[in-house]
Design a protein around this ligand. Structure first.
Ligand code: ATP
Ligand code: MG
Ligand code: MG
Length: 382
């Protein structure tokens, strides 16, 4: 059978491999880590650095089409692979998503508002920042994730200290917005320009890390949801994107007692806020990634069960200073609980070890069960 290749061997790659294999494909994963979650379950695991020419050549020989699961895979590696094989998403699109300054410029070019911000590359630009942007968040333009590479600043002095601390140029200073809530939208776009999307996800972040996703979004009206979907589609189309794309949005006050949408950032791949699609939709985000790569038809996915997704961070593997296994037997005794563990060998606080999806007949029932899970695991309620 045909082989599909993926750059990166993390949990997103692992779930991609599962979806590809279920559809009869062989898989090839390129990741330097011999114990990478996706490498462990793939037919072929190429242990090489992302820019290693021999590794890239081996992947291009093995795989008929190639994708990425890792946002920070060097765009140049994807461009090199694209000389030999179809690569989706393209290196140029991934490069935009890897750079907050380029990403925000792209939102603007797509006609989609984002937070007021300034790109800071020099001490002069730092000194000239408008006080309108404070209090704000200084973010490294590149390589940040899970809230890493971000410092909250309230005054020009704190801004200068944060700039010195991050030691990275360029940075982006964003105005800190009062968030009513956070949403995300996942779209898949085919080479022919067809776009399908999942329902709008409502996300709760704790300490900059996604903690809870609820679908249907309990506090989002239909008009705002439709606007979020439309904007995600515009953002994808504007860069001729092929593949699965997630766009994160903030919901803020519109100044007239209502709500307005602001784009936060995007990810050129399936997204943590879309993991519920495996258990709660008739087609998952990973199957859509397979379909995009393989040139298969895209169909509009359908949510068949209201759902709550809980992220399982490494913190759960520790209690009273001791390492432990969380009480899965009690959690799995509840109805509609789907446990996904990524096969990571060591738990560290903040490390994404797995997730858990609750499906139920009604949103209320899904929430009630998810709250029971939280109580059993010692997670805060949402
Ligand atoms: P991810 O793991 O989602 O890629 P990241 O490190 O790229 O995370 P962001 O999405 O930029 O981080 O920010 C993380 C979280 O911090 C957001 O989900 C939001 O809760 C909060 N946040 C970020 N920017 C702002 C802002 N301008 N105003 C208010 N809150 C913000
Ligand atoms: Mg990010
Ligand atoms: Mg984010």
């Amino acid at each position: 059978g045909a082989t599909l290749g993926v750059m990166g061997g993390g949990q997103l790659g692992r779930m991609f491999v599962h979806a590809a294999q279920a559809m009869g494909y062989r898989t090839a994963v390129l990741d330097p880590d011999p114990a990478s979650p996706a490498g462990l379950v793939s037919h072929l695991h190429i242990q090489a650095d992302y820019l290693d020419p021999a590794g890239l050549q081996q992947l291009a020989e093995a795989a008929e089409a190639i994708t990425t699961e890792f946002e920070n895979v060097p765009a140049q590696a994807l461009r090199t692979l694209a000389e030999r094989r179809p690569v989706a998403p393209a290196g140029d699109a991934v490069a935009i998503c890897q750079d907050r300054a380029a990403e925000k410029a792209h939102f603007g070019a797509s006609g989609v508002p984002c937070a007021p911000h300034a790109v800071i590359e020099t001490a002069e630009q730092l000194a000239a920042v408008s006080p309108e942007l404070l209090p704000g968040i200084l973010k490294t333009a590149r390589m940040g994730y899970d809230g890493k590479g971000q410092v909250r600043v309230a005054t020009p002095a704190e801004l200068a200290a944060a700039w010195a601390e991050l030691k990275q140029v360029p940075c982006v200073l964003e105005k800190r917005l009062a968030l009513q809530r956070e949403l995300s939208v996942i779209v898949a776009r085919g080479a022919d320009g067809q776009i399908v999307h999942f329902p709008v996800q409502q996300n709760l972040h704790r300490d900059g890390i996604l903690a809870v996703t609820q679908v249907p979004a309990p506090e989002v009206d239909a008009a705002l949801a439709a606007q979020a979907v439309e904007r995600a589609g515009l953002i994808a189309a504007e860069m001729g994107y092929v593949g699965v794309l997630c766009v994160e949005f903030f919901v803020v006050d519109d100044g007239q007692g209502g709500s307005a949408l602001v784009a936060n950032e995007m990810a050129p791949r399936p997204h943590n806020s879309g993991h519920y699609t495996i258990d709660a939709c008739d087609v998952s985000q990973f199957e859509l990634q397979v379909r995009c790569m393989a040139g298969l038809p895209l169909v509009m996915p359908r949510l068949h069960s209201p759902t709550v997704m809980l992220n399982l961070l490494g913190d759960l593997w520790f209690a009273d200073g001791q390492e432990r296994t969380p009480p899965w037997d009690r959690v799995l005794d509840l109805p509609g609980v789907h446990l996904h563990l990524y096969g990571k060998t060591s738990a560290r606080p903040g490390r994404k070890m797995g997730h858990l999806t609750v499906t139920a007949a009604t949103p209320e029932a899904a929430t009630a069960t998810a709250l029971q899970v939280c109580a059993l695991l010692g997670l805060p309620a949402f």
